[in-house]
Design a protein around this ligand. Sequence first.
Ligand SMILES: C[S@@+](CC[C@H](N)C(=O)[O-])C[C@H]1O[C@@H](n2cnc3c(N)ncnc32)[C@H](O)[C@@H]1O
Length: 227
Amino acid sequence: MTKNKLQRFEENLSFPNLFQPSYDDLLEKPFSLKGKWRTDFFKNNHPIVLELACGKGEYTVGLAKRHPNVNFIGIDRQGARVWRGCKTSNDENLVNVAFLRTQIQYIDLLFAKDEVDEIWITFPDPQPKKSKLKRRLTSQNMLERYAKVLKPDGIVHLKTDSVFFTDFTLEVIEENKHLLQFCTHDLYHEYPDMEVASIQTFYEQIWLNQGLKIHYLKFQLHPSMFK
Ligand SMILES: C[S@@+](CC[C@H](N)C(=O)[O-])C[C@H]1O[C@@H](n2cnc3c(N)ncnc32)[C@H](O)[C@@H]1O
């Protein structure tokens, strides 16, 4: 492991807005902020928006600056990446930002039913192998987990460069009768003025430099998933 990475892991321990629960921790006792993010951490009654696979947390931080009356939480399993978002949010005193370094699969151990207002999924690994289908972050399997914490009218946003992943997601939406609210296969040419076009992530910049088009979808889960 590089010295830089070790330093970041060390510094991660000092950030007051970073939580790093292990699966064992979560199994042993309920996560202390589950159902209490607003009262015990943010100390307000504002909506909660998650960024899944947040990496360095560009959306978490970028949206938090634009929307001070909304709470944003980035989730990623890689400590050296979430370090970036933690560092920026602490340096800039952003009180509406938190990060979780953990597996997205544990989402229902981290949040209570209806605690989450919106979910962003930014440039997830496409996981093209069929054996990894359930791990794709927009598989029906994962959407079922999100439904355990998302409000019934909650919105899921997906931003990706991957045609494969976009097509897969559109199939999941159609097969399961989720409600597609918006879809573009070329965000920056078709809708350059939308807010979603005003923030670029680390990976996104790589794909944009390679000339790839960026897809953006917005959908709601079928009401039957919330019963
Ligand atoms: C391609 S990167 C995108 C990162 C960032 N959103 C960006 O656009 O720069 C995918 C990220 O998803 C994270 N990731 C993938 N599967 C995950 C899981 N099951 N739980 C937590 N993080 C996951 C990886 O650690 C990685 O940082």
